[in-house]
Design a protein around this ligand. Structure first.
Ligand SMILES: [Zn+2]
Ligand SMILES: [Zn+2]
Length: 341
């Protein structure tokens, strides 16, 4: 089969490799669509290191079951989204539904094991989530990362009906957080680095947009958010950018008792004096990916029309390198999709 492989010298090449062979409890999935994600850039830059190299890139995949053992309950032809974090199913975290932080961390597709930017992938059958009939493969693929992350972050944020959320960063995840926060009943203020992304946020449910993309723009963000909230501040600040300046601004945007939700990151530290949290009893919540159930919820939201994925463009497997360089230039509105079948 053909697969997009990342090598130890950090080059990405599409090559022919043997078809994966599913082991016990596993299913073989023929990939129809795979999402191109900002996290892939961290792997291309060597910030996240696959072990071993080379590895097939890609952690956002959807397709059909090609083969599965009868005891898995899956049949060839089933439409499935691939939950990309392997989990043991028996540790304390898994038994409480927190598959994303499984104690044994058996692996993650496209991070430390062969992923979905390929014609086929073999995964444990329990990692496959049925795709509702109303949801297409491209949408399902993006929900396996950005969509489920948005649902998870919104759930952990404790956002409630009538509250105000700021979503900083209208990229592939941000536009879905806007929608998840709206579903939670919140008013959403989007912080975008271009007018196009601002319009994208508005068309997906944001009520207001603040433009901020450069370091210096974030200095005035807390004042702008207070102006939009009757001098109160936001109940939740979703941080999807992760620079020191944007995170500092985010903490300062909060209302008393507000929550700063750390999801996106760069190589920069969060650096605020604890008094900035203490005096207002604000808190920091961190979220990583999502549980398998969050993916199922994201797919249900999409099936009901409450969550839509803006597709920025579609390429074949050979277009993956070009798609990633467009993403690096921040020239992408929504999510780029690799189509394989
Ligand atoms: Zn992703
Ligand atoms: Zn576990």
């Amino acid at each position: 089969m053909r697969a997009a492989r990342i090598f130890a010298d950090l080059t990405l090449r599409v090559e022919n490799v043997p078809d994966p062979a599913p082991g016990p409890g596993q299913a073989l999935v023929r990939i129809h669509a795979a999402g191109v994600c900002g996290t892939d850039l961290h792997i291309l830059d060597g910030m996240i290191k696959p072990d071993p190299y080379p590895m097939t890139l890609g952690h956002e995949a959807a397709g059909i079951v090609q083969a599965a053992a009868p005891e898995t309950g899956l049949s060839p032809g089933d439409r499935v989204a691939v939950y990309n974090k392997l989990f043991c199913g028996t540790c304390e975290q898994c038994l409480t539904g927190r598959h994303n932080i499984c104690d044994t961390e058996p692996g993650q597709l496209g991070f430390n094991m062969d992923g979905g930017d390929a014609e086929y992938v073999a995964v444990p059958a329990r990692n496959l989530v049925p795709i509702p009939a109303a949801v297409d493969y491209a949408t399902a693929a993006v929900l396996t990362c950005a969509g489920m992350t948005a649902v998870h972050a919104t759930r952990l944020s404790g956002l409630r009906l009538g509250q105000t959320a700021v979503v900083n960063g209208i990229g592939g995840v941000g536009v879905l957080v806007v929608q998840a926060a709206r579903q939670a009943g919140a008013r959403v203020i989007a912080v975008a680095d271009s007018e196009d992304k601002g319009r994208l946020a508005i068309s997906h449910g944001a009520s207001d947009v603040v433009l901020a993309g450069h370091t210096e723009d974030f200095g005035s963000l807390p004042d702008q958010v207070r102006e939009l909230t009757g001098d109160r501040g936001a109940d939740v600040f979703f941080e999807l950018v992760g620079t020191t300046q944007s995170m500092t601004a985010g903490v300062r945007c909060l209302a008393k008792g507000g929550r700063f939700v750390a999801t996106g990151y760069t190589d920069q530290p969060l650096s605020v004096h604890p008094i900035e949290f203490i005096l207002s009893e604000t808190s920091l919540i961190s979220t990583v990916a999502a549980t398998r159930q969050d993916l199922a919820h994201a797919l249900q939201l999409a099936a009901s029309g409450a969550m839509t994925v803006p597709v920025a463009g579609r390429v074949g497997l050979d277009g993956v390198v070009e798609a990633l360089s467009a993403l690096r230039k921040r020239a992408v509105l929504g999510r780029q999709i690799i189509e394989l079948a």
